[in-house]
Ligand binder design. Structure first.
Ligand code: ADP
Ligand code: MG
Length: 728
């Protein structure tokens, strides 16, 4: 043992010693120690088992039962060595949370003791029942069991001494009950379509992977203060609360020095993340006070999503040790920035080529443009669905305000690429005169000189090209991004296939490959032009302009969810085999169900806050004013009293008015809920909640926030924004 390590062990308790050691050891020394990655597989698996996993990961080859036993046994040996006592299939139901049902490794042995047991069948498939997760009616019959099945493309890992095996969750009919299944299917489809097209440029291409870099924004608050707020406790957002006199106006938090309490939390969290094989790359303060962000280095999309969900689990756990609470809600505090989960998205071939990176030669750039315009076309064709895929009650409080992108889809390309697309659009491609041929070639020749400007930034765009990838910024901070990514992947797969078949048709009709490619590139540019927008997405003009262009934004959620039932969506999902009609309908049902339940909880909580916290406090304060006025009357002359009591009486009246208003609105809110609750169909109930319940939640808030400014600070029953928002 090195003297360094020995000192650490002498000086600290075992947990602290590990931290001391890890903090001072290079990350590369403990990176990935809690993941059953390729290196561990090589050590713990037989050659046959190792090859089987690699084939499953790289080529989707099914693993047979015999080999599965060998894999399970290697995994068990490794996990037990790392101190694991339990294993679980770790899956992603339609709730945005992750799910786990632990099983102990131990089984009773014949002689009365126990032995550690983990068979191939337990690794490959389990039946956790898990019938209480939302399923949109897919499991209405008694035999509709739910199964989890191992996803070998995402390595198993250990959290809390439990071996977690990433899994899909499906009904016994094969219908998906989770977020992972459609995401995996969409990745396969995109791989197929993109590989087919990429082969036109490089015959050695045999695989295209989607790469995803997820930037996670979040808030951190003191745990005790969090617990003192029923709204934060139960809804993860403040339903009431006046803004702090100072919050983000001075922009002094953004990129500032990270508060030391948060820094301690981040270090602990990062250490655990590194052990889980996640390359956390970036950390910084975000714009709002107490708002932060981390971004790992981008990775294959399925893995990247799993990592993001693992990080959310870790952060919650580790924050607890620091008496902090992490808030992933999209808009925990009114009036300041909300949080998103920016999805940086690109496609890489097995040759290591980023298909969205403009290249150095004309050939590469025709390739780049083929993929680039296909993505833009995909976003155009399914713009409403893509926005709907990011729409949720939480996110509806965020989108369109305080730096969040608006709820209308548009694509930002940057000046250089916009000019290039425009110049291609203006080419006279149908004319075969010598002169125009020259223009064509000239255009091809020009492309390599035009490198996109990496520094181009347009924060108001929901879908921006940022040099070598697209960044989808509308996605909310609390969700599993697979819910948006499978839509994007499916849409792009569809357009790539279409692009390729159109090009082939042109070639069969006599055009050269380059001519055919350019012609279809131009066609896609023209057809999807309406989605491109370089200006300010917040402006009134853009909203009008977007409507003129036929772009459909999101204003009402139940209406937005209907995008899933649009024949265009059904066609997309069926064509790409990402979801069946029944699965789409089930998801639509679940979206409405979750929307209703969240709104119902918010309505109940604000009702409780109003009646049991705010009104009694207002009355108490009002009584003290009344007491004061009566005292003044007793002590002073009529004239003096008049002057002294004038403002007091105004306040007393004001408070009375607010209390009266709150009582009325509370009553109306309860009525609206009651009326909505008897509506049997989820979509219709959601409409009623949206139209009749939602408005009262914001109405009540306005009144309560006015009272907060009137009532004695000492009496106010809830921690205020200024107390919640400034960790040091
Ligand atoms: P920003 O300046 O947008 O805040 P960040 O550095 O916070 O950027 O995050 C950018 C994210 O994009 C990181 O996760 C990074 O790894 C990822 N990224 C970079 N290049 C690509 C790419 N080609 N494809 C996908 N993601 C990428
Ligand atoms: Mg960032």
């Amino acid at each position: 043992m090195s003297s360094f390590r020995k000192r650490a062990l002498d000086e600290f308790s075992s947990h602290k010693a590990e931290r001391f050691y890890l903090e001072n050891a290079p990350v590369s020394q403990y990176f990935g120690q809690n993941v059953f990655d390729v290196e561990k597989m090589r050590r713990y698996l037989s050659a046959e088992a190792f090859d089987a996993v690699q084939l499953a990961v790289n080529d989707g080859v099914k693993i047979d039962r015999g080999v599965a036993n060998q894999i399970a046994s290697g995994m068990k040996a490794w996990a037990i060595e790392r101190g694991a006592t339990h294993y679980t299939h770790w899956f992603h139901p339609l709730t945005d949370a992750t799910a786990e049902k632990h099983e102990a490794f131990v089984d009773p042995s014949k002689n009365g003791g126990v032995f550690e047991n983990f068979k191939g069948e337990a690794l490959v498939q389990q039946e956790p029942d898990a019938s209480s997760f939302p399923n949109g009616g897919l499991r209405n019959t008694f035999e509709a069991r739910g199964y989890t099945a191992w996803d070998p493309t995402s390595p198993a890992f250990i959290i809390d001494q439990t071996l977690c095996i990433p899994s899909v969750f499906v009904a016994y009919t094969g219908e998906s009950l989770d977020m992972k299944t459609p995401h995996l299917k969409s990745l396969q489809q995109l791989d197929k379509a993109a590989t087919d097209l990429a082969k036109m440029f490089d015959t050695k291409t045999s695989r295209v992977n989607v790469m995803l870099g997820i930037e996670q924004e979040y808030f951190v608050v003191d745990e005790a203060l969090f617990r003192a707020r029923p709204d934060l406790m139960l809804c993860n957002r403040t339903l009431i609360g006046h803004t702090s006199a100072k919050d983000q106006q001075l922009e002094d938090h953004y990129f500032g020095a990270i508060p030391s309490r948060v820094m301690c939390f981040m270090k602990d969290f990062e250490t655990e993340a590194f052990k889980l094989g996640v390359v956390l790359k970036t950390r910084h303060n975000e714009v709002a006070p107490n708002q932060f962000e981390f971004a790992p280095y981008f990775a294959e999309a399925n893995l990247s999503v799993d990592h993001n969900l693992m990080m959310m689990i870790l952060m919650r756990k580790i924050a607890k040790k620091h008496k902090l609470k992490v808030i992933f809600h999209e808009k925990p505090f009114a009036g300041i920035n909300g949080s998103g989960k920016h999805c940086n998205w690109s496609m890489f071939t097995n040759q290591g080529v980023n298909l969205l990176s403009p290249g150095k030669t004309p050939r590469n750039n025709i390739q780049f443009l083929s993929f680039f315009v296909s993505v833009i076309k995909a976003v155009y064709e399914h713009h409403h669905l893509l926005m709907a895929s990011a729409a949720s009650l939480n996110n509806s409080y965020r989108l369109g305000g305080s730096e969040a992108p608006p709820a209308i889809m548009s694509v930002f390309c940057g000046t250089t690429l916009t000019e290039l697309l425009d110049s291609i659009e203006n080419m006279l491609i149908t004319d075969d005169s010598v002169e125009n041929k020259a223009i064509k070639l000239d255009i091809v020749g020009k492309i390599p000189e035009i490198l996109p400007d990496n520094t181009d930034r347009n924060r108001t765009s929901p879908f921006a090209f940022t040099g070598n990838r697209f960044e989808f910024r509308a996605v909310g901070s609390s969700v599993n991004v697979a819910s948006s990514m499978f839509v994007l992947n499916a849409a792009v797969a569809q357009q790539l296939s279409k692009f390729k078949s159109l090009v082939e048709k042109e070639i069969s009709e006599g055009l050269t490959k380059d001519e055919a490619l350019l012609k279809i590139i131009r066609q896609f540019i023209i057809e999807s032009k309406a989605i491109r927008f370089e200006g300010n997405g917040y402006s009134e003009e853009w909203h009008k302009e977007a409507a003129r262009r036929g772009l459909k934004g999101i204003s009402d959620l139940p209406e937005a969810f209907r995008a899933y039932l649009d024949p265009k969506t059904i066609k997309l999902m069926e064509e790409t085999e990402v979801l069946s009609v029944r699965e789409v309908e089930a998801r639509y049902e679940v979206l409405n169900e979750i929307f209703i339940k969240k709104l119902q909880i918010e309505a109940r909580v604000i009702g409780d806050l109003t009646v049991n916290h705010i009104i009694p406090t207002a009355i108490k304060f009002q009584n003290s004013l009344i007491q004061n006025v009566l005292g003044l009357k007793e002590l002073f002359s009529e004239e003096e009293y008049k002057v002294m009591s004038e403002r007091q009486l105004v306040s007393i009246r004001k408070i009375s008015g607010y209390i009266q208003q709150l009582r009325e609105d509370f009553h109306a809110l309860v009525q609206a809920r009651k009326e909505a609750n008897v509506i049997a169909s989820y979509p219709e109930r959601a409409e009623s909640y949206s139209a009749n319940v939602l408005p009262y939640i914001s109405k009540i808030r306005i009144t309560v926030d006015k009272l907060e400014m009137l009532v004695d600070d000492e009496l106010w029953p809830l921690p205020k924004y200024r107390e919640l928002l400034f960790l040091r």
